[in-house]
Design a protein. Structure first.
Length: 269
């Protein structure tokens, strides 16, 4: 699909606020870190928190599930958001459900589909994925909206769905969960992003392999390194976007100078 904006416009309109080298790590384990972002929000949302994680890619490799559960639950977030790409291979379905089921949030647990879920629709229907998340205590948003008091969450799947974004009310704080930031930027126009305050994405793994003084060597993004990791701002719409480094592996089963992470978003004045 042709981009709604030229590449030059995208480069000029999106500002990179923070990247890998200046990320704010507030907690570190041997196998993962917690990074924190502070986002300005309306008064009724201030002091609330989101815990965001993505790209677990369960595939039978050693996974720090017990440590992650302990840390995530200790952070006591208001909302726990899963950005998709939970499962790489079906035999590890039970491991994924066990992990997701043990996670806790004060208000709700919400998920969106990633590209690994949508590419597997040849073998498993969306009902399969909805059941996986439902059995784990998550609400799956497949081009859907959920109203959570001071905030609305929109879960976008890869196909273009303009009616949802056009219907959003700017009087509310609106958060989009879009697994692949490149898909969002490529498919949606400035007009469609005007009512969106925050976008949460994964997919790039922060590069998974990072080269000193260069950054991500690979990103699986339409825009390669332009949107590889960190916090971004659309200067026209004031939409902020956070791209997580994720937790798992694709391509090769290791990371280089790119420790897995979860993200804590604090809403402030």
């Amino acid at each position: 699909m042709k981009s709604k904006e030229s590449l030059l416009s995208i480069i000029l309109n999106w500002k990179h606020l923070s990247g890998y080298r200046n990320r704010n790590i507030i907690y570190e384990e041997e196998s993962f870190v917690v990074t924190e972002y502070n986002i300005k929000a309306p008064k009724d949302l201030q002091n609330k928190t989101i815990l965001f994680f993505s790209d677990t890619h369960f595939k039978g490799l050693p996974f720090p599930d017990n440590e992650l559960v302990e840390v995530i639950n200790s952070l006591n977030a208001d909302w726990l958001i899963c950005g998709g790409d939970v499962l790489s291979y079906f035999p590890f379905y039970d491991s994924a459900v066990s992990f997701l089921s043990r996670l806790e949030a004060k208000t709700s647990k919400i998920a969106a589909l990633g590209n690994w879920e949508t590419r597997k629709l040849v073998w498993k229907s969306k009902e399969f994925w909805r059941k996986m998340f439902t059995d784990s205590g998550f609400c799956l948003l497949d081009n859907e909206v959920i109203d959570q008091g001071p905030i609305k969450f929109v879960g976008l799947t890869h196909n273009r769905e303009t009616s949802i974004l056009k219907s959003m009310d700017k009087s509310r704080f609106n958060c989009v969960i879009s697994h692949n930031s490149g898909s969002l930027i490529r498919q949606y126009s400035k007009k469609e992003l005007l009512n969106i305050d925050l976008v949460l994405s994964g997919h790039t793994h922060g590069g998974q392999f990072r080269v000193p003084f260069f950054g991500a060597a690979m990103t699986s993004s339409y825009y390669w390194k332009l949107f590889e990791y960190g916090q971004y701002l659309n200067k026209l719409t004031q939409t902020k976007m956070i791209i997580s480094g994720g937790l798992g592996y694709t391509w090769f089963n290791f990371r280089l100078f790119c420790k897995p992470e979860i993200n804590l978003i604090r809403f402030c004045c």
